[in-house]
Design a protein around this ligand. Structure first.
Ligand code: COA
Length: 325
Protein backbone atom coordinates (compact mmCIF):
# COMPACT_ATOMS: atom_id res chain seq x y z
CA UNK A 1 0.00 0.00 0.00
CA UNK A 2 1.13 3.54 -0.72
CA UNK A 3 0.90 6.37 1.78
CA UNK A 4 0.54 10.00 0.76
CA UNK A 5 -0.69 13.38 1.90
CA UNK A 6 -4.36 13.94 1.06
CA UNK A 7 -4.94 17.19 2.95
CA UNK A 8 -2.84 20.00 4.32
CA UNK A 9 -3.45 23.05 6.49
CA UNK A 10 -1.53 25.72 8.32
CA UNK A 11 -2.18 28.46 10.83
CA UNK A 12 -0.13 31.49 11.81
CA UNK A 13 -0.81 33.91 14.64
CA UNK A 14 -1.60 37.45 13.46
CA UNK A 15 1.07 39.33 15.39
CA UNK A 16 4.08 40.17 13.20
CA UNK A 17 7.37 41.04 14.90
CA UNK A 18 9.86 42.79 12.59
CA UNK A 19 13.62 42.93 13.01
CA UNK A 20 13.33 46.64 13.73
CA UNK A 21 11.12 45.85 16.71
CA UNK A 22 13.79 43.43 17.99
CA UNK A 23 16.33 46.26 17.91
CA UNK A 24 14.41 47.71 20.87
CA UNK A 25 14.66 44.47 22.86
CA UNK A 26 18.25 43.21 22.29
CA UNK A 27 21.52 44.61 20.92
CA UNK A 28 20.92 43.70 17.28
CA UNK A 29 20.13 45.33 13.95
CA UNK A 30 17.87 44.65 11.02
CA UNK A 31 20.98 44.52 8.79
CA UNK A 32 22.69 41.85 10.92
CA UNK A 33 19.62 39.63 11.09
CA UNK A 34 18.88 39.89 7.36
CA UNK A 35 22.48 39.33 6.31
CA UNK A 36 23.25 36.47 8.73
CA UNK A 37 19.88 34.65 8.60
CA UNK A 38 17.60 35.94 5.81
CA UNK A 39 14.81 36.51 8.34
CA UNK A 40 12.75 39.73 8.02
CA UNK A 41 9.95 39.01 10.48
CA UNK A 42 8.30 36.29 12.54
CA UNK A 43 4.88 35.70 14.10
CA UNK A 44 4.25 35.46 17.83
CA UNK A 45 1.22 34.00 19.57
CA UNK A 46 -0.77 35.75 22.27
CA UNK A 47 -0.02 35.09 25.93
CA UNK A 48 -2.83 32.61 26.53
CA UNK A 49 -2.08 30.54 23.39
CA UNK A 50 -0.33 27.15 23.54
CA UNK A 51 0.99 24.96 20.72
CA UNK A 52 -2.19 22.87 20.71
CA UNK A 53 -4.29 25.97 19.90
CA UNK A 54 -2.29 26.70 16.75
CA UNK A 55 -2.04 22.98 15.92
CA UNK A 56 -5.80 22.48 16.23
CA UNK A 57 -6.49 25.28 13.72
CA UNK A 58 -4.02 23.83 11.20
CA UNK A 59 -5.46 20.36 11.81
CA UNK A 60 -9.06 21.46 11.15
CA UNK A 61 -8.01 22.95 7.81
CA UNK A 62 -6.01 19.84 6.83
CA UNK A 63 -9.01 17.61 7.59
CA UNK A 64 -11.35 19.90 5.64
CA UNK A 65 -8.96 19.96 2.67
CA UNK A 66 -8.84 16.14 2.79
CA UNK A 67 -12.66 16.13 2.55
CA UNK A 68 -12.85 14.25 5.82
CA UNK A 69 -14.52 14.82 9.18
CA UNK A 70 -12.66 14.82 12.50
CA UNK A 71 -14.28 11.45 13.36
CA UNK A 72 -12.53 9.92 10.31
CA UNK A 73 -9.10 10.46 11.86
CA UNK A 74 -7.67 7.24 13.37
CA UNK A 75 -4.50 8.66 14.86
CA UNK A 76 -2.93 12.02 15.72
CA UNK A 77 0.83 12.47 15.92
CA UNK A 78 2.01 15.81 17.30
CA UNK A 79 5.65 16.73 16.76
CA UNK A 80 5.94 19.95 18.75
CA UNK A 81 9.29 21.03 20.26
CA UNK A 82 7.25 23.36 22.46
CA UNK A 83 4.42 21.11 23.69
CA UNK A 84 1.68 22.45 25.94
CA UNK A 85 3.02 20.27 28.80
CA UNK A 86 5.57 17.52 29.46
CA UNK A 87 2.44 15.40 29.74
CA UNK A 88 -0.31 14.88 28.70
CA UNK A 89 0.61 14.74 25.04
CA UNK A 90 -0.21 17.79 22.93
CA UNK A 91 -1.74 15.30 20.45
CA UNK A 92 -4.38 14.41 23.07
CA UNK A 93 -5.22 18.08 23.62
CA UNK A 94 -5.53 18.61 19.86
CA UNK A 95 -7.71 15.49 19.66
CA UNK A 96 -10.14 17.01 22.15
CA UNK A 97 -10.06 20.48 20.55
CA UNK A 98 -10.94 19.18 17.08
CA UNK A 99 -13.25 16.42 18.41
CA UNK A 100 -11.40 13.62 16.63
CA UNK A 101 -13.08 11.19 18.98
CA UNK A 102 -11.94 8.03 17.20
CA UNK A 103 -8.25 8.91 17.12
CA UNK A 104 -5.37 7.46 19.10
CA UNK A 105 -2.99 10.27 19.97
CA UNK A 106 0.65 10.61 20.95
CA UNK A 107 3.60 12.99 20.71
CA UNK A 108 7.01 12.43 19.23
CA UNK A 109 10.03 14.54 20.10
CA UNK A 110 12.51 15.07 17.29
CA UNK A 111 12.68 18.88 17.51
CA UNK A 112 12.89 20.57 14.12
CA UNK A 113 12.97 17.16 12.40
CA UNK A 114 9.73 16.28 14.18
CA UNK A 115 7.42 16.73 11.22
CA UNK A 116 9.58 14.46 9.04
CA UNK A 117 9.75 11.82 11.79
CA UNK A 118 5.98 12.12 12.27
CA UNK A 119 5.22 11.84 8.57
CA UNK A 120 7.35 8.72 8.19
CA UNK A 121 5.81 7.19 11.32
CA UNK A 122 2.31 7.88 10.01
CA UNK A 123 3.18 6.40 6.61
CA UNK A 124 4.13 3.07 8.25
CA UNK A 125 0.67 2.68 9.83
CA UNK A 126 -0.94 3.43 6.48
CA UNK A 127 1.33 1.11 4.49
CA UNK A 128 0.62 -1.81 6.82
CA UNK A 129 -3.10 -1.13 6.48
CA UNK A 130 -3.57 -0.75 10.24
CA UNK A 131 -5.02 2.77 10.01
CA UNK A 132 -6.76 4.76 7.28
CA UNK A 133 -6.31 8.44 8.12
CA UNK A 134 -3.55 9.89 10.28
CA UNK A 135 -3.11 13.51 11.21
CA UNK A 136 0.47 14.75 11.65
CA UNK A 137 0.78 18.15 13.32
CA UNK A 138 3.80 20.41 13.71
CA UNK A 139 2.87 23.32 15.97
CA UNK A 140 5.11 25.66 17.89
CA UNK A 141 4.98 28.56 20.30
CA UNK A 142 8.73 29.11 20.37
CA UNK A 143 8.29 32.73 21.46
CA UNK A 144 7.65 31.42 24.99
CA UNK A 145 10.78 29.25 25.00
CA UNK A 146 13.36 31.70 23.65
CA UNK A 147 15.31 33.97 25.94
CA UNK A 148 14.34 37.49 24.93
CA UNK A 149 17.63 38.67 26.49
CA UNK A 150 19.75 36.41 24.22
CA UNK A 151 20.36 37.96 20.82
CA UNK A 152 22.00 34.74 19.61
CA UNK A 153 18.68 32.91 19.64
CA UNK A 154 15.68 35.21 20.05
CA UNK A 155 15.96 36.67 16.55
CA UNK A 156 15.76 33.24 14.90
CA UNK A 157 12.48 31.66 15.95
CA UNK A 158 8.76 32.16 15.33
CA UNK A 159 5.35 30.65 16.11
CA UNK A 160 3.02 28.76 13.78
CA UNK A 161 1.51 25.42 12.88
CA UNK A 162 1.11 23.08 9.94
CA UNK A 163 -0.73 19.78 9.63
CA UNK A 164 -1.29 17.03 7.08
CA UNK A 165 -3.61 14.05 6.73
CA UNK A 166 -1.76 10.92 5.62
CA UNK A 167 -3.84 8.22 3.94
CA UNK A 168 -3.63 5.51 1.33
CA UNK A 169 -3.07 6.83 -2.22
CA UNK A 170 -3.30 5.04 -5.57
CA UNK A 171 -0.15 6.54 -7.09
CA UNK A 172 2.87 8.44 -5.85
CA UNK A 173 2.96 9.33 -2.17
CA UNK A 174 6.02 8.48 -0.08
CA UNK A 175 8.67 7.05 -2.41
CA UNK A 176 11.54 6.85 0.09
CA UNK A 177 12.68 8.13 3.46
CA UNK A 178 15.77 8.60 5.61
CA UNK A 179 15.96 9.20 9.36
CA UNK A 180 18.97 9.71 11.59
CA UNK A 181 20.15 10.88 14.98
CA UNK A 182 23.38 11.63 16.84
CA UNK A 183 22.77 12.07 20.55
CA UNK A 184 26.41 12.99 21.17
CA UNK A 185 25.43 16.44 19.90
CA UNK A 186 22.49 16.81 22.28
CA UNK A 187 24.00 19.74 24.18
CA UNK A 188 24.50 21.83 21.02
CA UNK A 189 20.84 22.81 21.00
CA UNK A 190 18.77 22.28 24.10
CA UNK A 191 16.29 23.57 26.61
CA UNK A 192 18.20 22.41 29.69
CA UNK A 193 15.80 22.69 32.64
CA UNK A 194 12.30 21.56 33.47
CA UNK A 195 12.85 17.83 32.95
CA UNK A 196 14.19 15.19 35.32
CA UNK A 197 17.83 16.14 34.64
CA UNK A 198 17.35 19.68 35.93
CA UNK A 199 13.94 19.97 37.56
CA UNK A 200 12.51 23.45 37.94
CA UNK A 201 14.00 25.26 40.91
CA UNK A 202 14.75 28.80 41.99
CA UNK A 203 18.29 28.37 40.56
CA UNK A 204 17.13 27.08 37.17
CA UNK A 205 14.84 30.07 36.81
CA UNK A 206 17.46 32.53 38.02
CA UNK A 207 20.03 31.08 35.60
CA UNK A 208 17.57 31.22 32.69
CA UNK A 209 17.86 27.46 32.16
CA UNK A 210 14.25 27.19 30.92
CA UNK A 211 15.14 28.87 27.66
CA UNK A 212 16.68 27.57 24.43
CA UNK A 213 20.51 27.40 24.47
CA UNK A 214 22.37 26.93 21.23
CA UNK A 215 25.89 26.69 19.86
CA UNK A 216 25.02 28.44 16.59
CA UNK A 217 28.24 27.76 14.70
CA UNK A 218 28.29 24.02 15.40
CA UNK A 219 24.59 23.65 14.61
CA UNK A 220 25.13 25.54 11.36
CA UNK A 221 27.90 23.14 10.21
CA UNK A 222 25.87 20.10 11.23
CA UNK A 223 22.79 21.41 9.40
CA UNK A 224 24.57 22.01 6.10
CA UNK A 225 26.16 18.55 6.20
CA UNK A 226 23.01 16.55 6.99
CA UNK A 227 20.89 18.63 4.59
CA UNK A 228 23.21 17.57 1.78
CA UNK A 229 23.71 13.97 2.94
CA UNK A 230 20.12 13.01 3.58
CA UNK A 231 18.83 14.74 0.45
CA UNK A 232 21.28 12.67 -1.61
CA UNK A 233 20.38 9.50 0.33
CA UNK A 234 16.61 9.84 0.00
CA UNK A 235 16.90 10.46 -3.75
CA UNK A 236 19.25 7.49 -4.26
CA UNK A 237 16.96 5.23 -2.21
CA UNK A 238 14.17 5.94 -4.70
CA UNK A 239 16.54 5.15 -7.61
CA UNK A 240 16.27 8.73 -8.83
CA UNK A 241 18.73 11.58 -9.34
CA UNK A 242 18.56 15.18 -8.17
CA UNK A 243 17.54 16.14 -11.71
CA UNK A 244 14.30 14.23 -11.16
CA UNK A 245 13.40 16.38 -8.15
CA UNK A 246 11.00 19.25 -8.83
CA UNK A 247 11.22 20.93 -5.42
CA UNK A 248 13.07 20.72 -2.14
CA UNK A 249 11.20 21.95 0.94
CA UNK A 250 13.83 22.27 3.66
CA UNK A 251 13.49 23.10 7.31
CA UNK A 252 13.49 26.90 7.43
CA UNK A 253 16.30 27.73 9.87
CA UNK A 254 18.64 30.12 8.07
CA UNK A 255 18.89 31.03 4.38
CA UNK A 256 22.67 30.64 4.59
CA UNK A 257 22.23 26.99 5.63
CA UNK A 258 19.98 26.50 2.60
CA UNK A 259 22.38 28.32 0.25
CA UNK A 260 25.41 26.35 1.47
CA UNK A 261 23.64 22.99 1.13
CA UNK A 262 22.28 23.86 -2.33
CA UNK A 263 25.77 24.78 -3.47
CA UNK A 264 27.04 21.38 -2.37
CA UNK A 265 24.11 19.66 -4.06
CA UNK A 266 24.40 21.87 -7.14
CA UNK A 267 20.62 22.32 -6.96
CA UNK A 268 18.92 25.51 -8.26
CA UNK A 269 17.45 27.83 -5.63
CA UNK A 270 14.37 28.56 -7.74
CA UNK A 271 13.30 24.94 -7.10
CA UNK A 272 13.49 25.36 -3.33
CA UNK A 273 10.60 26.55 -1.21
CA UNK A 274 11.74 29.29 1.18
CA UNK A 275 9.49 31.28 3.51
CA UNK A 276 11.78 31.84 6.49
CA UNK A 277 12.00 35.52 5.57
CA UNK A 278 8.38 35.89 6.77
CA UNK A 279 8.24 33.42 9.67
CA UNK A 280 11.75 32.61 10.93
CA UNK A 281 12.43 29.11 12.25
CA UNK A 282 9.14 27.49 13.33
CA UNK A 283 10.78 24.16 14.17
CA UNK A 284 8.37 21.28 13.46
CA UNK A 285 5.91 23.67 11.77
CA UNK A 286 8.38 25.00 9.20
CA UNK A 287 8.09 22.27 6.59
CA UNK A 288 4.28 21.80 6.60
CA UNK A 289 3.67 25.57 6.51
CA UNK A 290 6.09 25.97 3.59
CA UNK A 291 4.50 22.98 1.84
CA UNK A 292 1.00 24.40 2.32
CA UNK A 293 2.03 27.76 0.86
CA UNK A 294 3.81 26.11 -2.09
CA UNK A 295 0.76 24.00 -2.90
CA UNK A 296 -1.75 26.78 -2.71
CA UNK A 297 0.40 29.19 -4.72
CA UNK A 298 0.41 26.54 -7.46
CA UNK A 299 4.14 25.91 -7.22
CA UNK A 300 3.75 22.23 -6.39
CA UNK A 301 1.46 20.25 -8.66
CA UNK A 302 0.23 16.70 -9.04
CA UNK A 303 3.07 14.45 -10.20
CA UNK A 304 5.82 16.68 -8.79
CA UNK A 305 8.57 14.95 -6.88
CA UNK A 306 9.35 16.83 -3.70
CA UNK A 307 12.03 16.26 -1.06
CA UNK A 308 11.23 17.37 2.48
CA UNK A 309 14.41 17.66 4.52
CA UNK A 310 14.63 18.43 8.22
CA UNK A 311 17.37 18.77 10.85
CA UNK A 312 17.56 19.95 14.41
CA UNK A 313 18.09 19.28 18.08
CA UNK A 314 18.87 15.76 19.21
CA UNK A 315 20.73 15.97 16.98
CA UNK A 316 18.24 14.61 14.49
CA UNK A 317 17.76 14.68 10.73
CA UNK A 318 15.48 13.17 8.14
CA UNK A 319 14.15 13.40 4.61
CA UNK A 320 11.09 12.16 2.73
CA UNK A 321 10.71 11.96 -1.03
CA UNK A 322 7.08 12.43 -2.02
CA UNK A 323 5.42 12.26 -5.37
CA UNK A 324 2.46 14.60 -5.10
CA UNK A 325 -0.71 12.64 -5.91
N1 COA B 1 22.63 40.65 16.36
C1 COA B 1 23.86 41.13 16.29
N2 COA B 1 24.95 40.40 16.54
C2 COA B 1 24.77 39.10 16.85
C3 COA B 1 23.50 38.54 16.96
C4 COA B 1 22.39 39.36 16.69
N3 COA B 1 21.14 38.91 16.74
N4 COA B 1 23.63 37.24 17.29
C5 COA B 1 24.95 37.01 17.41
N5 COA B 1 25.62 38.12 17.16
C6 COA B 1 27.07 38.34 17.18
C7 COA B 1 27.78 37.32 18.05
O1 COA B 1 27.68 37.68 19.40
C8 COA B 1 29.17 37.42 17.50
O2 COA B 1 29.80 38.54 18.08
P1 COA B 1 31.31 38.46 18.60
O3 COA B 1 32.11 38.15 17.36
O4 COA B 1 31.53 39.80 19.15
O5 COA B 1 31.33 37.35 19.59
C9 COA B 1 28.97 37.74 16.03
O6 COA B 1 27.60 38.17 15.89
C10 COA B 1 29.19 36.59 15.11
O7 COA B 1 28.60 35.45 15.68
P2 COA B 1 28.54 34.10 14.90
O8 COA B 1 27.92 33.07 15.79
O9 COA B 1 29.86 33.78 14.28
O10 COA B 1 27.53 34.49 13.74
P3 COA B 1 27.05 33.59 12.58
O11 COA B 1 27.30 34.28 11.31
O12 COA B 1 27.51 32.18 12.71
O13 COA B 1 25.49 33.58 12.79
C11 COA B 1 23.74 32.25 13.68
C12 COA B 1 24.93 33.14 14.00
C13 COA B 1 23.08 31.84 15.00
C14 COA B 1 22.73 33.04 12.86
C15 COA B 1 24.23 31.03 12.88
O14 COA B 1 25.30 30.42 13.54
C16 COA B 1 23.16 30.01 12.68
O15 COA B 1 22.19 30.24 11.98
N6 COA B 1 23.31 28.79 13.26
C17 COA B 1 22.36 27.76 13.12
C18 COA B 1 21.18 28.09 13.98
C19 COA B 1 19.99 27.25 13.68
O16 COA B 1 19.56 27.21 12.58
N7 COA B 1 19.47 26.59 14.70
C20 COA B 1 18.31 25.81 14.60
C21 COA B 1 18.60 24.57 13.85
S1 COA B 1 17.16 23.63 13.78
Amino acid sequence: MRAGIIGIGSYLPDNVVTNTELEKIVDTSNEWIVERTGILSRRTAEKHIGSSDLGAEAAKLAIKNANLKPEDIDMIISASSTPDHTFPATACIIQDKIKATNAAAFDIQAACTGFVYGLITAAQYIMTGLYKNILVVGSEVLSKMVDWQDRNTCVLFGDGAGAVVVSQVETGGVLSSVLGADGSGASLLELPAGGTREPASFETVENRRHYIKMNGNEVFKFAVKVFEDCTRQVVEKANLTLNDIDFIIPHQANVRIIDAALKRLNFPKDRVVINLDKYGNMSSASIPVAMHEALYSGKIEKGHKVVLVGFGAGLTWGAVLLEWS
